[in-house]
Design a protein around this ligand. Structure first.
Ligand SMILES: Cc1cc2nc3c(=O)[nH]c(=O)nc-3n(C[C@H](O)[C@H](O)[C@H](O)COP(=O)(O)O)c2cc1C
Length: 189
């Protein structure tokens, strides 16, 4: 079965370390016929709209966000994809803002029933991948843990590739073995 892979690249750098990681991952995924779409979340319009916790999504039949901006369409694509790849540089020991705002808007992809402490979600059963690059080697495990928790909560499979010591944008190319690892992960997914 051909997999639909949606890549959300949260780096503001078009040719930076994260974009290079994404490129390598896509090379691998393409080897096995994966259908890939890449969205650079830093380029979305109305990008300042984080989740406003209005909870109106919980009253809708559809898994949709009521905020009418570009993220709304991204969320629809997330609901349909088989694999969701979150790619981000490490920013102050967390994902970039440009990616985090998408994650918070994922609230609309769950319907919670507090009376039974259960939820329904199209996220269930999908695969989540985290691609993370950082200048040094501190705190990447914290970000991995937080994404693994989201995946676990959502009953998604989880894979990650963490790249410490990637240096400044563009310097990931100097690291040995990362290209091969990223291609292998894409191929496996
Ligand atoms: C705002 C900002 C915050 C950063 N915070 C960290 C950090 O906490 N730890 C770290 O190792 N690198 C940090 N970096 C460096 C980037 O994570 C690293 O260079 C990354 O590989 C850049 O990816 P990019 O080329 O896709 O932007 C930061 C960079 C910026 C611009």
């Amino acid at each position: 079965m051909v997999k639909n892979i949606l890549i959300l690249n949260g780096s503001p750098k078009k040719n930076g370390n994260t974009s290079t990681l994404v490129e390598w991952f896509v090379q691998g995924a393409s080897l096995n016929g994966g259908k890939v779409e890449i969205i650079r979340t830093a380029l979305l319009k109305s990008k300042s709209n984080g989740c406003i916790s209005c909870r109106r999504c919980q009253k809708l039949k559809e898994y949709e966000c009521v905020i009418n901006d570009d993220v709304k369409e991204v969320l629809k694509k997330m609901a349909k994809a088989d694999v969701i790849v979150f790619a981000t540089p490490l920013y102050f020991y967390g994902p970039s803002t440009q990616l985090k705002l998408i994650i918070d808007r994922m609230f609309s992809l769950y319907k919670w029933d507090n009376s039974t402490d259960t939820f329904e979600s199209p996220m269930r059963g999908k695969t989540m991948v985290l691609l993370l690059s950082a200048y040094e080697n501190i705190g990447l495990d914290i970000v991995k843990k937080s994404f693994a928790l989201i995946a676990g909560y959502s009953e998604m499979k989880f894979k990650s590739l963490l790249v410490p010591d990637a240096g400044e944008s563009g310097e990931i190319l100097k690291l040995k073995g990362i290209r091969e690892k990223a291609i292998a992960l894409g191929k496996k997914i």
